[in-house]
Design a protein around this ligand. Structure first.
Ligand code: BGC
Length: 463
């Protein structure tokens, strides 16, 4: 079979050829002049900028897309979240079900990512698959993830592997999750096993995804939270419901539980997890991924510095002992006593955030100054049904990253969230973050204009 005829992504049980994929990608660019932005015009502007030589990113810049196991694999039935989805009064809007069936379709999905022009894939392990019971490690599942890394290698991709992205093995959550005094040791044991099995194929390892979320929840202003309640309080009410129904008074999960105890557990788990990885592969770069808003002081009574110290402080300190820091941002927050609602009249995304693509430039500048290690943007993106807004968002976001790099900020890569529309945790399948659309019934993938546009920037390594 000729290279360009090799099947690259799933349409139900059928693959389609590489040639067809590329045809569709160019067609997507051609029809991209929908909504407010003409891709034809912007593509010409891109070429002009690149021709002037002003738009080039540093050599070896990492351009990628990210996913997380629970959000795309489907049927992660041994996790705490799967169990919680099926309880009465569940906080999950949808069932994750088959999700994007990435567990089976990953060879095609990875080929699609590479064909779009990206050189990096960030994905995560599902700990609950690898260690479905306390102390039992499945070689078959370890092999599965090793094979994902091998497929990345076959496509010449840099691999970024997150060891824990929110979902937990059910047995671990039942014992108190990150609040359990044994949590760090249990996590380190998993990190050691996984690194031994596949660490030789990992270019950037991350212990934890967004371990500062328990604190951020105290500051967030999100729609749908009952008046007078913080998001964290709402989560804790949900936790009480889960504990009662599963008859496990110790049960705790990433999004829920006591924020302070969760943080202590996560900090210890990160440190021990990193040491375990390094004990097996000292040269493997290890970091973690921090959730950061572009925090800006509200005109009155701003608690900006208090928020930064509370949410990021200990993690920025931890980052100084890492090989890199992954930063993840989606919008800005105006910080008063807590985060204020977006300004009146602001354009909002599907997750109720302000459309604010400049956040990534501001966040990389702040993070690099504080952490003093190389920065990789490991998530940035927007939830919208209107892909022309995503095109606009990414165009402005990467231009901001470029300005920061030109000013000497050490940014090594830019990874978009997300490769495909996927299961957005408690909000289910409604928010669309993907560069590629997924038909959940047929598993057909359709490249959006934004995917073709960002992939082209990646391929050119220039604006
Ligand atoms: C998480 C992703 C999530 C994304 C969009 C990040 O907080 O790491 O799992 O889907 O934001 O909300």
């Amino acid at each position: 079979m000729r290279e360009e005829e090799r099947p690259v992504f799933g349409e139900g049980t059928h693959g389609i050829s590489r040639r067809e994929l590329l045809r569709r990608a160019s067609a997507a660019v051609a029809v991209g002049a929908m909504g407010r932005l003409s891709l034809g015009e912007t593509a010409m502007a891109d070429q002009a900028a690149a021709a002037k030589g002003g738009g080039a990113f540093p050599g070896k810049f990492r351009w990628g897309c990210a996913t997380a196991a629970y959000q795309v694999e489907g049927n992660d039935t041994n996790t705490d979240l799967w169990m919680m989805e099926y309880l009465q009064g569940s906080m999950f809007k949808d069932h994750s079900g088959d999700a994007c069936n990435h567990y089976h379709l990953y060879p095609q999905d990875i080929a699609m990512l590479a064909d779009l022009g990206f050189n990096t894939y960030r994905f995560s392990l599902e700990w609950a698959r690898i260690e479905p019971e306390d102390g039992f490690f499945s070689n078959a599942e370890l092999d599965h993830y090793r094979h994902m890394l091998e497929v990345c290698r076959e496509h010449g991709l840099t691999t970024m592997l997150t060891y824990s992205h929110f979902s937990l093995p059910r047995w671990f959550a039942m014992k108190g999750g990150w609040e359990n005094s044994q949590a760090a040791d249990l996590f380190a044991r998993f990190c050691e096993k996984a690194t031994r099995h596949m660490g030789d194929l990992v270019d950037y390892a991350s212990t934890l995804n967004e371990p500062d979320i328990p604190q951020l929840l105290n500051w967030f202003n999100l729609p749908g939270v009952p008046a007078g309640m913080s998001v964290a309080q709402m989560m804790q009410a949900g936790l009480a419901n889960v504990r009662k129904q599963v008859n496990a008074p110790e049960f705790s999960s990433f999004f829920m539980g006591d924020p302070q105890r969760n943080r202590e557990g996560l900090l210890a788990a990160h440190a021990k997890g990193r040491d375990a990885m390094k004990s097996v592969r000292p040269a493997m770069p290890v970091g973690f991924n921090l959730a950061m808003s572009d925090d800006q002081a509200a005109p009155e009574d701003s608690h900006l510095e208090e928020k930064r110290a509370d949410v990021y402080g200990p993690w920025l300190e931890a980052a100084r002992h890492c090989d890199y820091l992954g930063v993840q941002t989606y919008s800005r927050s105006l910080v008063g006593k807590k985060d204020l609602p977006p300004p009146k009249g602001a354009e909002l995304t599907q997750t109720g955030m302000e459309f604010y693509p400049e956040c990534v430039e501001h966040v990389v500048r702040y993070a690099a100054k504080e952490a003093r290690v190389p920065i990789i943007v490991t998530e940035n993106g927007i939830a919208t049904e209107d892909d022309s807004r995503r095109v606009e968002y990414y165009r402005r976001a990467v231009a901001g990253v470029k300005r920061a790099i030109d000013d000497g900020v050490d940014v090594r890569g830019y990874v978009a969230w997300s490769l495909m529309d996927n299961f957005e945790w408690m909000s289910g399948y409604t928010p669309k973050f993907g560069l590629v659309a997924v038909d959940l019934k047929t598993q057909r993938r359709t490249i959006k204009p934004s995917g073709a546009m960002l992939g082209n920037i990646a391929r050119r390594n220039a604006l």
